[in-house]
Design a protein around this ligand. Structure first.
Ligand code: NAD
Length: 454
């Protein structure tokens, strides 16, 4: 869209921490092409925090609307696009309401957490013909784009298999066990909530669709059973702890001004606790997961996710008929505890909490090696900001418009479905102990889209 045409009108649903990126973009660098005219959250205090930020910046305040009045708000405020950022299990309701009211949708990953959600979104897209964009920011980070370019150029030939390991450390990984993510009904578990990013990358890198999934895993580090094995009983009163191990996973939200304002200070409205104990009973998601996934174009992936690693990053090896590509990324080399023995919610924002790690420096490396040749390092352009530089490029595409996109970064709702079906099939596989074909899922009108090769 050109800066001369009138700005598109946006509404946002779910003003938690992820919403900040969209709010800042629409009231800052992309304000000329998009205007945030309305917003909503089940917690009025959280909306108030963002209102106060805008007030201080001298910006116009969006109108508030009730969370169950998405359709009415779209009509009342002549909204062109709705940005969907509540917890994952709420996505489908908001997406369907926005589409039915005549708006396009920008939805955070995962598109939805259930087969029913996929069916309802597919019906709404079919009914309305509106556009749904899933914000797969990882595609946009330069290192992931560089691997896509290598594969698309045929440098390693036809892909035969992929080995993908993702490590979440004891700061970031632990955080999924403190709030709604730890409830499978709300997040779909890590294979839906988190790994949908990774499964989307593989679909995109290989230009392929997943066809069959076998999964095995469990809750082995967090949760009450694991704690009991290490001699920990129930958590004592909030803010007091009983062992250095529990201390190491105890968040003190008062130390992070934005988290204190958004969560601790707003608890009285809805009881949403951002800092629950990772060793609580009742956690229904896994922290160690291994998968074997088959793809339409003939490749197989072995995938592993661990949520309590001492460092954070990932390695991907892609084998092809002409050679192999390897991407290795260290996002954080270590997690150190503060003087009080506790972890920070975002250690990377506190340089003294992240050691300059000589043995595991932060960085990224893409190496391609053709058969009967030496290995070559592929340069990766520098990326700045969140998610390996992906967030800023994604926001530009979302708000200023997708320019020349020969690698197809922009992700449609079909891509959202194709990524989430791996986690949905994997969850069925975890329950049954058997491999699950994607065409066994009940996806309604979306079924043929993801069971037919692209
Ligand atoms: N792409 C990424 O890298 C990335 C990173 C973080 C989060 N996310 C996604 O963004 C979304 C939000 O994550 P978050 O960390 O900000 O969560 P959060 O819990 O901090 O924020 C969600 C907000 O939605 C509100 N809410 C709950 N139910 C609602 C409803 N029915 N209607 C309106 N508001 C409702 C909550 O009160 C809260 O303020 C999730 O879907 C998450 O998966 C994506």
């Amino acid at each position: 869209m050109s800066a001369l045409s009138s700005p598109l009108r946006y509404a946002l649903v779910g003003t938690g921490s992820r919403a900040q990126m969209y709010i800042d973009a629409l009231t800052g660098v992309h304000a000329e092409v998009g205007r945030l005219v309305a917003w909503s959250d089940t917690n009025p205090g959280r909306v108030g925090v963002y209102e106060e930020r805008l007030r201080r910046a001298g910006a116009q305040l969006p109108a508030r609307f009730a969370p169950d009045e998405v359709g009415e708000a779209v009509r009342r405020h002549a909204v062109d696009r709705v940005i969907v950022t509540p917890p994952d299990a709420r996505h489908a309701d908001v997406v369907v309401a926005a589409l039915d009211a005549g708006a396009d949708v920008i939805v955070e990953k995962p598109l939805t957490t259930s087969e029913e959600g996929v069916r309802r979104i597919a019906e709404a897209v079919g009914r309305t013909g509106r556009r749904v964009t899933v914000t797969f920011n990882y595609r946009y980070s330069p290192r992931n784009t560089a691997l896509k370019r290598v594969i698309a150029a045929g440098e390693i030939g036809e892909v035969t298999s992929v080995h993908f390991e993702w490590l979440l450390d004891t700061a970031h990984g632990a955080d999924y066990f403190r709030r709604w993510h730890r409830d499978k009904a709300t997040s779909g578990g890590l294979l839906v909530h988190k790994s949908s990013h990774h499964f989307d990358l593989v679909n995109w890198w290989l230009d392929a669709t997943p066809t069959r999934v076998y999964a095995s895993g469990g809750l082995r580090f967090y949760g009450a059973d694991a704690a009991a094995r290490r001699g920990l009983g129930p958590r004592p009163e909030r803010g007091t702890t009983d062992s250095p191990l529990r201390d190491a996973f105890c968040l003190d939200l008062r130390r992070e001004p934005m988290y204190k304002a958004l969560y601790l200070d707003q608890e009285h409205h809805d009881g949403y606790r951002r800092d629950q104990d990772v060793f609580d009973p009742g956690i229904t998601i896994e922290d160690n997961l291994s998968l074997v996934v088959d793809y339409s174009q003939g490749a197989t992936m072995s995938y592993a996710l661990n949520a309590h690693a001492p460092w954070e990053g990932y390695t991907v090896g892609v084998n092809g008929t002409r050679g192999r590509a390897e991407l290795t990324v260290v996002e954080r080399g270590s997690v150190l505890l503060g003087e009080d023995g506790r972890v920070l919610v975002d250690p990377s924002a506190h340089p003294d909490a992240v050691a300059a790690d000589a043995a595991r420096p932060v960085g990224e490396r893409l190496v391609v090696q053709r058969h009967f040749d030496v290995a070559q390092e592929v340069p990766i352009p520098a990326g700045e900001g969140g998610h390996g530089g992906g967030d800023a490029v994604l926001l530009r595409d979302l708000f200023a418009g997708v320019g020349d996109d020969p690698l197809g970064h922009a992700a449609s709702w079909r891509d959202g479905v194709a990524s989430v079906v791996v986690g949905l099939a994997a969850n069925r596989s975890l329950d049954s102990g058997a491999a699950v074909r994607v065409d066994q899922l009940d996806l309604g009108a979306a079924g043929p889209l993801v069971t037919t090769a692209p």
